[in-house]
Design a binder for this molecule. Sequence first.
Ligand code: NAD
Length: 489
Amino acid sequence: MQKAEQRSTLVLENYIGGKFIPCQRHIDSYNPSTGEVYCKVPDSGKEEVEAAVAAAKEAFPEWSARSPRQRAEVLNKLADLIEAHLEEFAQAESRDQGKTISFARAVDIPRSVYNFRFFATSILHHTTDCSQMDAEGCLNYTIRCPVGVAALISPWNFPLYLLTWKIAPAIAAGNTVVAKPSEMTSVTSWMMCKLMQQAGVPPGVVNLVFGTGAKAGDALVGHPDVPLISFTGSTATARRITERSAPYCKKLSLELGGKNPSIVFADADLDQCIQTTVRSSFSNQGEICLCTSRVYVERSIYSEFMVKFVAAARKWKTGLPSDPSNNNGALISKEHLEKVRSYVALAKSEGGVIHCGEGIDQLDLPEQNRSGYFMPPTVLSGVGDSSRVMQEEIFGPVVCVSPFDTEDEAVARGNGVRYGLGAAVWSRDVGKVHRMAKRLQAGMVWTNCWMVRDLNLPFGGMKSSGVGREGARDSYHFFTEVKCVTIKH
Ligand code: NAD
């Protein structure tokens, strides 16, 4: 399959009711490391969404009537099949998204497999509530039922990983789904569709409609027969989806952007902190909603931190995604690269200092990759907290560092943005760590580590970073409706 893809332009088809359905209109999809069109993605609209929702509705009664154990078997089979093709999926993800092959092999595809395995088992272990029988002999208990056709919309930074994080809990709970990945990274979810039949996923349980947010996404979220929407993407799009779905009172789960602070106290293990903070700032080209964007360092260690941090950032190698020794590949698109660069230019125009990266460090790229969307890890300082550079999500390999003097100041500045997704605290003082964790406005606070996840526990953000949480119990609650039943003897 890979060789054929490289030779000619790959043309994707929608997957509706268990069949691949060609689309007459297409969108160009670029290889970020060369800047060349290599794939044509269906430009679906209302008609395709209508067909997919109808297929999902038709499949719902049978699928929702299956036991959790029967559904779990299908999820496990799908996990096994993706795992059996791990290398093909990793190659495709790296080529489509620009991320390194090492990252796709170690993170994206294994985690996609694990998403199915995790929800296949967690669905077997939920319990519901039951009250004591009251004096009148009434017993109250709850039951949970799947909701119906779920719309699942995902972004481009972790294409298969984030879509399977939605598909797995949705279908495990008995819903059927219409999923729309980002138009920029649709290939691996299309590849997954090829495994559905073999895994025993009945036609119509999982439907994939490819296309833009403005057309396919809008038609999906505005469809009256879609009662719930799980969305991961930008805060601006979430606003639009909220408005569009409000007249129908749909259930919404929104996982959005971040502007995550890392707060480094003088008593931190500096070597461990620097190693992790370079990774948290630049992994996946900085294109992770949880990436560190602002680093506040206690003034007494600020100079030492800067010297060591900039040296470590310079060692974070950017180059061809296909070279397993590289830490970073290419950014997703030309427009995104220009946007990320514009923040560095803005910082400079406001008197900020560029310590390494953009405009300073040159990348040595082969001729055929000179039009790719590469950017070296960039460290800035001297940028004011009110600057757009410190307030807006950049979503690229750029991090701003600033000194602080007191714990109160660190909390106030850490919280001084409209986002509230993740935060990191570096200190060996357990009391300080607890105080900071309580006061920081973030859905996830990591101390002396970053992005360590237990999928049982809630994932999500506060403020403009989201509405709702995902995880074993949270996803189960989102993808089911609870009913309270009262029985009088
Ligand atoms: P985006 O909001 O532009 O697009 C996300 C998805 O929404 C895409 O599939 C897009 O086609 C679709 N879409 C766009 N407009 C739509 C509309 N009007 N109706 C329905 N669907 C629409 O986001 P992006 O640029 O793809 O991704 C980057 C953003 O995602 C960043 O803000 C990042 O922080 C966020 N993100 C958040 C998390 C999280 O878990 N909190 C994880 C990854 C990425």
